[in-house]
Design a binder for this molecule. Structure first.
Ligand SMILES: [Zn+2]
Length: 267
């Protein structure tokens, strides 16, 4: 099934929370006198208190006075991977924190976004990135296409996250029992064409089909091969490759298991 993707040590030492830098350049980030500042301040104090109580219920939480309203954004590929691994650990053990959903966070995000990871995943309804990594608003750029298939719109969306938003991590997330991969394999085996736009997806996945295996094993192996192929394609994009070489970006393949909700690396 592959090794756990950042190891139990990383999960154990992952920061519990992080503070997101506020964009002070934007006028929207500053309270405006016409917007009833006293009421806004009162509201924010109340919300901060509520957030502190919520955090205080968690095991080993910091004192309320030290609890930041906003989380610190992971700045490096390693920090971003640790945060995703920690979030997935919460998800698969039913200990989600549902971060970054509060009124205060929603207000703050009007001024701008500073997400820390691009997740390119399948459209499958069982694998929503914000849920399986226990992240919230403003945390992830999610790009989704069946079978993580690349086209110009997907490539442009990933590039936007990396180049314009300075995101340090691109995660290609495939998953167990992927219907798009199954369709590609079965279409090739039967020779039966799929409806037009679905055939496009199958054509893109076809080069990853593992002909060394049969039946369900072929589909499962092709899921991994497709993840590797998409990851390698992205990592070879010149703008992304330059950042990888400079240590500013990691492009990582990973797979979600429906059976135990674990995300693990696919190298
Ligand atoms: Zn899928």
């Amino acid at each position: 099934m592959g090794r756990p993707w950042f190891g139990s040590t990383a999960e154990a030492t992952a920061p519990r929370s992080y503070v997101r830098p506020v964009n002070t350049d934007s006028p929207a980030a500053s309270p405006q006198p016409v917007q009833q500042p006293a009421r806004r301040l009162l509201l924010r104090s109340a919300l901060t208190g509520a957030a502190a109580v919520g955090t205080g219920l968690a095991v080993g939480a910091a004192p309320a006075s030290a609890t930041p309203r906003k989380r610190r954004r992971p700045e490096t590929p390693e920090e971003a991977l640790r945060e995703l691994a920690a979030g997935n650990a919460r998800w698969r053990t039913f200990r989600e924190k549902h971060p970054d959903e509060t009124r205060a966070v929603r207000e703050e995000l009007v001024a701008g976004q500073h997400p820390f990871a691009v997740v390119l995943s399948c459209i499958d309804s069982r694998v929503p990135p914000e849920l399986v990594f226990d992240q919230g608003l403003g945390d992830l750029i999610t790009v989704r296409s069946a079978g993580e298939v690349l086209d110009e719109a997907v490539l442009g969306s990933v590039a936007y996250g990396v180049l314009e938003l300075e995101i340090p991590l691109v995660l290609v997330l495939g998953h167990q029992s992927c219907g798009a991969v199954r369709a590609a394999v079965e279409s090739e085996e039967s020779g039966e064409p799929l409806p037009a736009h679905i055939q496009y997806l199958a054509d893109q996945i076809a080069p990853a089909i593992d002909h060394g295996k049969q039946g369900e094993a072929r589909i499962d192996a092709t899921i991994d091969a497709n993840i590797r192929r998409v990851r390698e394609h992205l990592a070879a994009e010149p703008d992304l490759a330059a950042r990888v070489s400079a240590g500013r970006l990691a492009v990582v393949g990973a797979r979600y298991e429906l059976t135990n909700q674990l995300v693990h690396r696919v190298d």
